[in-house]
Design a protein around this ligand. Structure first.
Ligand SMILES: Cc1cc2nc3c(=O)[nH]c(=O)nc-3n(C[C@H](O)[C@H](O)[C@H](O)COP(=O)(O)OP(=O)(O)OC[C@H]3O[C@@H](n4cnc5c(N)ncnc54)[C@H](O)[C@@H]3O)c2cc1C
Length: 430
């Protein structure tokens, strides 16, 4: 099989790859996508954010999304280590009310819709074709691929987009991938039937449970299906001495509130695992290549930010690709601006993610009646409104200041306690 030449070659047809391909084809670019699997295919990442709807609208897929999705009005959090304290963040309370809800979806269905949308705009898609090597040079890129029958092909392009997800083809090849060693975790997950849903408008909520070894998600899907997964410290997972299914069951049993919803539950899919550690790439691209979605950066999925960040990076990236193609002298600046904008959005989530499991954070996050501007700011972040300068910046700063003050006070009282204990010990000795 002989590959061909195009303006933009995209590796990977996940949300990032299909989105950038569709947007560039709509602007008249000749785009080819190479995907190693065949859609529809299973993928993890089923809970979407309200601000993602803006991009679905731009792609013209909202009707199809409404057909496959469950409406998600809020995210609720339960602290199993503090007796089951609950806090719900209702997206209608975000600063901008344009998108007061989101969807929960099966990714096999979502990703097939996004790829269809790219095809309908003229994108040439080749599935079952795995890219095996990549070479970017001064005039473009050359890519080698192999299909499921073992046939090899070579493809060339003026510009290459790496949307290969956690495989991060280019970042690995360029030795740009940086693993975040302080935030490593692993996940196990599956689909269940017979799980009790929240009532009324809350039936589509994502539920998150903190427990001693990590956190658990429950994501309601169509047809009575519930996606359940636990993100755990690697040491906890390593101690597993039974099947994945049994281990996930035992893990859920550690959480009385989550377990209460599982009394009549049964598995309807295999239980899978994913290494889940965070990483990013040192840089987001060069003169004729760009890294988007998980191929550039992955952060812990506790706030369901992955698909939104992937599609947002595709949207920001499409502008950068156009500048690189039309004005090569401005390419470096365009890639820098792309990277800066993307990192700003990622940072908004990361601050909360990095502290998510600390006792001080849990206490503040689940405060029943926080000041209105703080609640609005946190809800705005949770809805995915992280790329614009919104008036909620002050509310976020107030939350952070409260967190730092409470952490300092906690550290201070721990130190005082230790000093008092030491003093008492010395008195006893003498
Ligand atoms: C445990 C867990 C739970 C998560 N939960 C959520 C959630 O609830 N909500 C959310 O928004 N996100 C969630 N995420 C994150 C989400 O899965 C990703 O952020 C999202 O899928 C990124 O999209 P992408 O297009 O960048 O990559 P992907 O969706 O991974 O797509 C990459 C595509 O590239 C293809 N590919 C890879 N290598 C090659 C190759 N060599 N040649 C050709 N094709 C290739 C793959 O087959 C794939 O189709 C979760 C992630 C994990 C690990």
């Amino acid at each position: 099989m002989n590959g061909s030449h195009c303006e933009v070659l995209v590796i990977g047809a996940g949300p990032a790859g299909s989105t950038i391909a569709a947007l560039l084809a709509a602007r008249g670019r000749r785009v080819i996508v190479l995907e190693k699997e065949v859609h529809p295919r299973f993928h993890i990442g089923e809970s979407l954010l309200p601000r993602n709807l803006e991009i679905f609208e731009e792609l013209g897929v909202m009707d199809r999304l409404a057909e496959i999705g469950v409406v998600k009005n809020a995210a609720d959090f339960t602290d199993e280590m503090a007796g089951g304290i609950e806090k719900t963040f209702d997206f209608s309370r975000a600063a901008d009310k344009t998108y007061p809800s989101a969807f929960q979806v099966r990714r096999d269905e979502l990703d097939a819709i996004l790829l269809d949308s790219a095809r309908s705009r003229g994108v040439e898609v080749h599935e079952s074709l795995q890219v095996t090597s990549v070479d970017v040079h001064a005039d473009g890129a050359r890519v080698a691929a192999v299909d499921s029958d073992g046939r090899h092909s070579t493809w060339t392009a003026d510009f290459l987009v790496d949307a290969s997800g956690r495989d991060s083809l280019l970042a690995r090849r360029l030795a740009w991938r940086r693993r975040n060693r302080t935030h490593s975790s692993a996940a196990l997950f599956g689909h269940y039937g017979g799980v009790v849903r929240r009532e009324g408008d809350a039936a589509g909520n994502i539920s998150i449970y903190w427990f001693e070894h990590g956190w658990l998600w429950m994501i309601p899907l169509r047809d009575g299906r519930m996606s359940i997964g636990a993100v755990c410290e690697p040491a906890y997972l390593k101690a597993r001495d039974c099947s994945l299914e049994e281990f996930l069951g035992r893990t859920i049993a550690l959480m009385p509130n989550a377990a209460a919803r599982m009394k009549d539950a049964y598995t309807i899919s295999e239980v899978r695992t994913a290494g889940n550690y965070s990483y990013d790439a040192r840089r987001a691209g060069g003169k004729n290549f760009l890294l988007i979605g998980d191929a550039f950066c992955f952060i812990d999925p506790v706030f369901s930010s992955g698909v939104f960040l992937a599609m947002s990076s595709a949207r920001l990236g499409a502008d950068a690709v156009e500048t690189c193609l039309d004005h090569p002298r401005r390419a470096a600046g365009a890639v820098r601006r792309y990277e800066r904008a993307l990192r700003r959005g990622i940072r908004r989530f990361s601050w909360f993610i990095y502290r998510f499991r600390s006792p001080t954070f849990r206490r503040l996050f689940t405060t029943p009646d926080p000041p209105r501007r703080i609640e609005e700011a946190v809800t705005t972040m949770l809805s995915g409104d992280v790329f614009r300068r919104t008036p909620t910046v002050a509310g976020l700063a107030a939350f952070k200041a409260t967190y730092y003050a409470a952490s300092l006070a906690g550290a201070w009282s721990t130190r005082r306690g230790a000093e008092q204990a030491r003093g008492a010990q010395q008195t006893r000795k003498s």
